[in-house]
Design a protein around this ligand. Structure first.
Ligand code: ARG
Length: 631
């Protein structure tokens, strides 16, 4: 009697605890459902902006039709570029690659194209001439200028958007830190690059799923649970959960160097966790919740929101089934001695483990289950893994096996967006060695440094204003400095570069934006507010070459966004914005809007710099960098 009661009681507790994992799965299912609904709605109701309606596309189309007439090549594939300012022509067309396709000599083909253009004279093109393997093109400047400005004013903040990838879904797997340690700079790059790509992909028409694939499973949780049971101090955990959990893990690693046998204990604990032992699951869930709470803070600072935080833990059982299936279908085999499951060498790719000897699941197998799930649930056109180059081989193995075994459908692209490490004193940072810089510290240092610079620039700045602006500048500096560098290289931190007011930094661009705002304000005070969106095309004009150069640059923006998406390189946008900013400065040195007596010309100039401000703000927003309204 007594016994069965007790059993019942324990049973009650157990089911309650077991529910922890079920509850978590329920949460995942709900978040997934919400995203599916959002995407469905988006693809039905989103009003896309047609890339073909941008002036840059019209110009390319006109040239394209001529080239097509000669070669039969699609006009869309042309590369039209803006030559350096000292070159007289408005645009240049590169003929080299076209000639390669047609087998003609580049300069002969260039001549043919030029002759055809000059015979036909189109709406936007005035004249062409040969320059080696290039075609120089002079356009109807007035018309192009009017078209560009009026398009920007009409679209406002949506200028740059396009429909190139309308109706497609992209899943971006980024940030993805490991729980129970503070999120470090190591995961910062993934977070920054992934968020920029999410924005850029969306801008070209994709529906985007932002997935934080948390590292919340694996043998290390056996170690952590062991350490917690041995040395865990609840008081310390309450005070600073992440620091304490990290310390426990470091302590375990250190002890394991002398006493490797404790690793067996950890493995045993992880096995029990995999079997969903209720006591261990409850502990694990607590570590997970504490970690998410801590990450949330950093994500808020960086202005980042995920659609799903699914995590590896969700895929352990599915992974197990997939490994069995792969065994059955001969994509892997059991090692006769150890019982571990291995995939044999595929071409250049060395053989790898898919299941451990003790039967516990592995990172790669969980990823295999993840991609199968993603394909089934979201039917994406593309999946991006924004993960450091340490995992290059892992992703080669994953993607190769995934394709072979049919978990990655043929019409689905899966790409590893690899990037270099963040080094400290030339060395990689590590939790175990205690050399990891905490992200919270990095952010507060950057904000403090920004404060100093802003105060120097403007000693009269108010306390509240300073607080607000230094946060925007400090965080922008970190994000921008990462994105402007080549993604695949290692990077280091250099405060001077990050906060350089003269160029190559976010704050330089933020200054351009703020400066334009204050110019606009002064002009409005003098001449009254201008509703530039109401300007008529025919009333838009320019006088100075620097104005036209600036408009030409503005015209290229939608193309740059498209290119950044196509090549997965946000730094395209950084380079563009810096050049735009320089062109603005040249323009502003050459022209005084305030002293422009002619009203129509003055209004056109106002519209022009409004366009610059808009594109700077928009370009930075795509990188997830904010602009202050004044500073
Ligand atoms: N948590 C992993 C790590 O920090 C990164 C996960 C990346 N995403 C993935 N699907 N494997 O190393």
């Amino acid at each position: 009697m007594l016994e069965s009661n007790l059993e019942k009681k324990i049973d009650g507790i157990e089911t309650e605890k077991q529910n922890e994992f079920e509850k978590y799965k329920q949460e995942v299912a709900e978040s997934v459902g919400l995203v599916q609904k959002r995407i469905e709605e988006e693809q039905k109701n989103r009003r896309y902006i047609d890339l073909e309606n941008y002036p840059v596309a019209n110009l390319k189309k006109e040239i394209g039709e001529i080239v097509e007439g000669i070669l039969g090549v699609q006009g869309k594939d042309l590369t039209l570029s803006v030559p350096p300012t000292h070159v007289i022509s408005d645009f240049t067309l590169e003929v080299f690659n076209l000639a390669k396709k047609s087998g003609e000599k580049p300069n002969e083909l260039a001549k043919k194209i030029v002759d055809n253009i000059n015979e036909r004279k189109t709406d936007l093109i005035k004249e062409a001439s040969v320059a080696g393997a290039f075609v120089n093109i002079e356009v109807n400047k007035e018309k192009l200028y009017q078209e560009t400005l009026s398009r920007i004013l009409e679209l406002g903040e949506r200028y740059g958007e396009s429909d190139i990838n309308a109706g497609k879904t992209a899943i971006i797997d980024y940030s993805s830190p490991n729980i129970a340690k503070p999120i470090g700079i190591g995961h910062l790059r993934s977070t920054i690059i992934g968020q920029a790509l999410a924005n850029i992909y969306h801008e070209t028409g994709y529906s985007v799923v932002r997935d934080n694939h948390l590292g919340d499973w694996g043998t290390q949780f056996g170690s952590l649970i062991y350490a917690y049971k041995e040395w865990g101090d609840e008081k310390k955990i309450k005070e600073n959960p992440m620091r304490e959990l990290k310390e426990l893990y470091v302590k375990f690693s250190q002890l394991a160097k002398e006493h490797p046998e404790i690793k067996d204990n950890a493995r045993e604990l992880f096995s029990r966790l995999e079997k969903k032992d209720p006591e261990l699951i409850a502990l694990w869930k607590r570590f997970r919740d504490l970690s998410l709470e801590d990450f949330k803070h950093v994500y808020e600072e960086l202005g980042i929101k995920f659609d799903t935080n699914i995590g590896e833990s969700y895929f352990t059982e599915k992974a197990d089934k997939l490994v069995d299936e792969c065994l059955l279908n001969g994509f892997c085999k059991k090692d006769e001695d150890s019982e571990a499951v291995i995939v044999e060498k595929i071409g250049e790719i060395p053989s790898f483990l898919l299941r451990k000897q003790d039967g516990s699941s592995l990172y790669l197998a969980r990823d295999l289950a993840t991609i199968q799930f993603r394909a089934k649930i979201f039917n994406p056109e593309t999946v991006l893994y924004v993960v450091g180059n340490e995992q290059d081989l892992n992703f080669k193995q994953l993607l190769e096996l995934g394709k072979r075994a049919g978990y990655i459908p043929e019409n689905m692209k899966a790409k590893h967006i690899s990037f270099g490490m963040v080094l400290r004193d030339g060395k990689k940072m590590s939790t175990r060695e205690g050399t990891l810089i905490e992200l919270n510290d990095l952010i507060s240092q950057s904000v403090d440094k920004s404060k100093e610079i802003l105060r120097l620039k403007n000693p009269n700045i108010g306390v509240e204003e300073l607080k607000k602006v230094s946060k925007i500048v400090g965080i922008g500096a970190i994000i921008y400095d990462d994105l402007r560098q080549s993604r695949t290289k290692n990077i280091s931190f250099d405060w001077n570069r990050m906060l350089d007011l003269e160029g190559g930094s976010a704050v330089y661009l933020q200054y351009t934006y703020v400066r334009i705002n204050s110019i606009l304000k002064k002009i409005a005070e003098n001449y009254g507010e201008l509703n530039s969106a109401k300007l008529k095309k025919n009333d838009i004009s320019f006088e100075n070459k620097s104005e036209f150069d600036l408009a030409k640059k503005l015209m290229m923006f939608p193309e740059i966004v498209a290119k950044a998406q196509k090549t997965d390189s946000p730094h395209q946008i950084c380079g563009y914005l810096e050049e735009l900013s320089q062109l603005f400065n040249s323009f502003y040195n050459a022209v005084s809007i305030m002293k422009t007596a002619d009203q129509k010309l003055r209004n056109s100039r106002v519209a022009l710099i409004e366009g610059v401000a808009l594109v700077v703000k928009k370009g930075l927003a795509l990188l997830n960098v904010e602009v202050p309204e004044k500073m």
